[in-house]
Design a protein around this ligand. Structure first.
Ligand SMILES: Cc1cc2nc3c(=O)[nH]c(=O)nc-3n(C[C@H](O)[C@H](O)[C@H](O)COP(=O)(O)OP(=O)(O)OC[C@H]3O[C@@H](n4cnc5c(N)ncnc54)[C@H](O)[C@@H]3O)c2cc1C
Length: 554
């Protein structure tokens, strides 16, 4: 029996089934997941061919499969063999053919929407933590980054620890000081992680219910969490990206506008690799009057604003803080009205008037109805919760910022990393006599930062800053994204540093903005105090592994 999908059983409507000859069916079977249903996937085709097919789709009354047979397979220049991506020596040749096809077909279609029709997976390795944030800037792409919790940055890579030596610093008189400081930092990190593993093993003896694997992973993650503040921004990481041609194009244009050599040269490498997969979507990036001019525009705007900001005075250190700087006092009324919009037949203004005339209880019932009976945090209220915004000014350690920056559905902008806003010193380290060494690394980083900053500038100096230092950033989001972010980032499995930010945001929505109805609807915010953050997660992972091993193979 096929599994039931959806909330109720529905009869399958009768769809017209297109007729294909046996020969056509055999061809289609190689490139489409079925030849009968109105829904099908495209397989074994270069990304540009998929893009070309979809582009033709918009100007044709034919079905996609028919278009493919009539215009692609029988194409005099291309033919079926050049359309396949079956790994072979000829693959690059077929991509080149596909590109010519693309140029011909797309002539009339405009560039932008077409560049959304094909994508690529790219692995970006040995990227500094300055670069990873540039790579992860775009909203319309998916990212997966190496975890600072499961990876111990204690093994060397290419003869030294895992940090970047940026060309600007490597070629300067600061090179030796930089190398010495980085090596020492990673040595201290290595020692402290090992020491804290011992501390946590003693503090949390393994219970009989947990396997050694679960317990070890939990303890290791906790030690890595505690010590990660030592890691400098130059720490190397790996990021996996999936994005469309359009997302990559914008990313590469931004990268070329960067003042940092690492970012610009990495962008060039990415372009080279992407051109082997989706060449046609990336033709504009390095054209003088297109991408290059665009990059220059971005760089000019940034530099003009920097000149103005330079007049504003030195930074003010407020320590870790979460300040709700902007909100709409009328938000709950607007959300209640917006909740009715899609299900009513009244104009927006009339709904707002009607909701304003309601009693507070009636409005509360309306918001409760729009939130519904949530059974878990993934049951998020709808788009009415996008009717208003919260703007938070946050100062917290760079480690927590790295994690929070990953949320794509908001406006998040950060100031440059520096050693001027103070740093975090974890209590567990103080308790075990490790504070002096921690402070000494932070102080050394502070002086090296100032030396490099005064010589090579504020951008390059960022590489030196350890994750424990505070960074200031702004997060502007709708209540809907706040549901997602605050509930996810307050989970016991999360790092305590960003859990604290999530808790403060929740309190600010309730007490500063006074939006009790919204704050109280966030029922999956977890304010509990936990010591072994990863324990539940590791237990669940072990159960899933066990279930997967026991499940009979079909
Ligand atoms: C305990 C914990 C451990 C983690 N460990 C890691 C790790 O090791 N490595 C790592 O890389 N990340 C890690 N993360 C980060 C996490 O997996 C997400 O990348 C991060 O939370 C941001 O993405 P998001 O989808 O949750 O939220 P947002 O980007 O804020 O998006 C909110 C929602 O919008 C929708 N959405 C947004 N963008 C898209 C899109 N492009 N396509 C479709 N839907 C979209 C989705 O419904 C999404 O959930 C961890 C998070 C937690 C809480």
């Amino acid at each position: 029996m096929t599994p039931q999908f959806g909330i109720q059983s529905v009869p399958v409507p009768v769809y017209h089934q297109e007729a294909f000859t046996a020969e056509e069916t055999a061809v289609l079977g190689r490139f489409f997941t079925n030849t009968e249903l109105p829904v099908f996937g495209l397989i074994n085709l270069p990304e540009v061919v998929k893009g070309a097919l979809f582009a033709r789709y918009s100007r044709s009354s034919k079905s996609l499969r028919r278009l493919f047979l009539d215009e692609f397979v029988t194409d005099a220049d291309f033919g079926i063999d050049t359309l396949t991506t079956v790994i072979s020596a000829d693959e690059m040749g077929s991509t080149r053919h596909a590109e010519q096809l693309y140029q011909r077909i797309f002539f009339d279609y405009g560039d932008d929407s077409v560049a959304q029709l094909g994508g690529a997976h790219l692995a970006c390795e040995q990227a500094s933590n300055l670069l990873t944030k540039v790579l992860e800037w775009g909203r319309l792409a998916a990212y997966l980054e190496q975890s600072t919790r499961y990876i111990r940055y204690d093994s060397p890579l290419g003869g030294r620890h895992r940090y970047l030596v940026p060309d600007e610093i490597g070629a300067s008189s600061h090179a030796n000081a930089y190398l010495g400081h980085m090596e020492r930092t990673f040595e201290v990190y290595t020692r402290m992680v090992a020491y804290m593993i011992g501390v946590y093993e003693q503090r949390h003896p393994r219970s009989e219910d947990d396997s050694k694997m679960v317990w070890n992973a939990t303890i290791r993650a906790k030690a890595c969490d505690t010590v990660r503040g030592l890691l400098p921004v130059s720490t190397l990481s790996n990021v996996g990206i999936y994005g469309t041609g359009q997302a990559y194009e914008m990313s590469l244009i931004r990268m070329q506008a960067s003042p940092l050599l690492e970012v610009r040269s990495y962008g060039e490498m990415m372009l080279g690799e992407l051109r082997q997969i989706i060449p046609s979507f990336l033709t504009r990036v390095d054209l003088e009057d297109r991408g290059v001019r665009w990059s220059r525009y971005l760089a000019e705007v940034r530099s003009d604003l920097e000149a103005i900001a330079a007049q504003l005075g030195p930074p003010s250190d407020v320590g870790p803080s979460v300040t709700l700087t902007d909100w709409d006092p009328d938000a709950e009324t607007k959300i209640a009205a917006a909740a009715l919009y899609a299900v009513s037949e009244l104009p927006d203004e009339a709904l707002q008037r009607l909701v304003r005339e309601m009693t507070q209880e009636e409005r509360a019932e309306l918001i409760a109805a729009s939130v519904g009976r949530r059974a878990n945090r993934r049951h998020k209220p709808g788009r009415a919760m996008e009717r208003t915004m919260y703007r938070f000014d946050v100062s917290c350690d760079i480690g927590a910022f790295r994690d929070l920056q990953r949320h794509r559905l908001m406006t998040l902008e950060w100031q440059r990393f520096s050693t001027r806003l103070g740093y975090d010193l974890p209590e567990d380290l103080q308790e075990h006599g490790l504070a002096d060494e921690w402070v000494s690394v932070m102080d050394d980083a502070g002086s090296l930062y100032e030396d490099i900053r005064s010589d090579l500038g504020v951008e390059v100096a960022q590489y030196v800053v350890p994750f424990a230092y505070n960074v200031r950033f702004v997060m502007e989001m709708s209540p809907r994204e706040a549901f997602h972010l605050i509930e996810l980032r307050s989970q016991p499995a999360g790092h305590p540093a960003y859990r604290a930010v999530a808790h403060a945001m929740h309190r600010a929505i309730r007490d500063v903005a006074g939006h009790r109805l919204i704050a109280d609807a966030m029922t999956y915010v977890d304010h509990t105090d936990v010591d072994l953050q990863r324990l539940e997660g590791e237990r669940k992972a072990a159960q899933r592994r066990e279930a997967a091993t026991l499940r009979p193979r079909s």
